[in-house]
Ligand binder design. Structure first.
Ligand SMILES: C[S@@+](CC[C@H](N)C(=O)[O-])C[C@H]1O[C@@H](n2cnc3c(N)ncnc32)[C@H](O)[C@@H]1O
Length: 255
């Protein structure tokens, strides 16, 4: 387990060494390679999604695993997030390396911002998460990957028609395992800020991993006085069988 000073040192270094090497990856040029790994129910659902959404650009940027992750995210949005908003931008909180951003753009084409505090984390090939995410977003110039904290987004400057928040840190243990300095763990403040960033009529989908995190999430909603509809288990046919169950919440902001 890393000590706190070591987390702070890593953070300090990452903030200064921002350059990213170019991203090289094996792209899924032939989706048949993925089809062979999916069961019949997943292939049927893939066909069904492809008949309603344009997935054609995913092969330009996705590896096999990223394509599968995008299918899982699009499937989840399609089943649980209601109709995509008619207009307005979307915000994804904690976008990691942007691996599933193509799914968000495919679901709602109004332009997305993905915000990630740990954007300068570096992979073994010297590419950073930011570099990776920017390469994922190349086909969609109206989307942005923002290296920074959710708390730095100003609700007076921009509000969003839709917010997605997959696997927020709501309990300390996974947060500490992630390696960020502890001072960034503020789940209540983060949730209340996300709420302020929602435009009137906007919607937020939150997905938690495991029952304990879903319970913690419910507590955060209650303290914030935010009415959230529990969606129950939201796992789908594209999830890896080893994945813990996931639970969803939908929040609608009327005013
Ligand atoms: C458990 S990961 C989930 C990543 C991704 N959403 C997914 O579903 O795979 C949580 C992410 O939130 C990011 N994060 C934590 N605090 C944040 C903040 N204040 N602003 C933006 N991102 C934050 C972390 O760096 C991490 O990438």
């Amino acid at each position: 387990m890393r000590t706190e000073w070591r987390r702070e040192l890593d953070w300090w270094l990452k903030a200064r060494l921002r350059w990213s090497a170019p991203v090289f990856k094996r792209r899924l040029r032939d989706p048949e390679r993925l089809r062979q790994r999916l069961d019949a129910a997943a292939v049927r659902r893939w066909r069904e999604l492809a008949s309603r959404y344009d997935l054609s650009r995913w092969v330009e940027v996705c590896s096999l695993d990223e394509y599968r992750e995008c299918l899982a995210v699009l499937d989840l949005l399609d089943r649980h997030a209601g109709a995509a908003p008619a207009s307005g931008r979307g915000l994804d909180i904690g976008s990691k390396n942007g691996s599933y951003l193509p799914a968000l753009v495919t679901w709602h084409g109004g332009g997305w911002d993905g915000i990630e505090i740990d954007a300068h984390l570096r992979y073994w090939n010297l590419a950073t998460r930011r570099g990776w995410a920017e390469s994922m977003l190349r086909p969609w110039p109206d989307c942005r990957y923002i290296a920074g904290s959710l708390l730095d987004l100003d609700p007076d400057a921009s509000r969003y028609a839709v917010v997605t928040w997959f696997l927020p840190f709501v309990t300390p243990t996974p947060f500490i395992a992630w390696g960020l300095p502890r001072r960034f763990f503020m789940p209540q403040r983060m949730l209340e800020h996300a709420w302020r960033l929602l435009a009137p009529g906007g919607r937020m989908l939150v997905v938690n991993q495991g029952e304990a995190e879903a319970e913690a999430q419910q507590g955060l909603f209650e303290v914030a006085g935010i009415a959230a509809t529990g969606l129950g288990e939201v796992g789908g046919v594209f999830d890896h069988p080893s994945m813990p169950p996931r639970y969803g919440w939908l929040v609608e902001r009327t005013v």
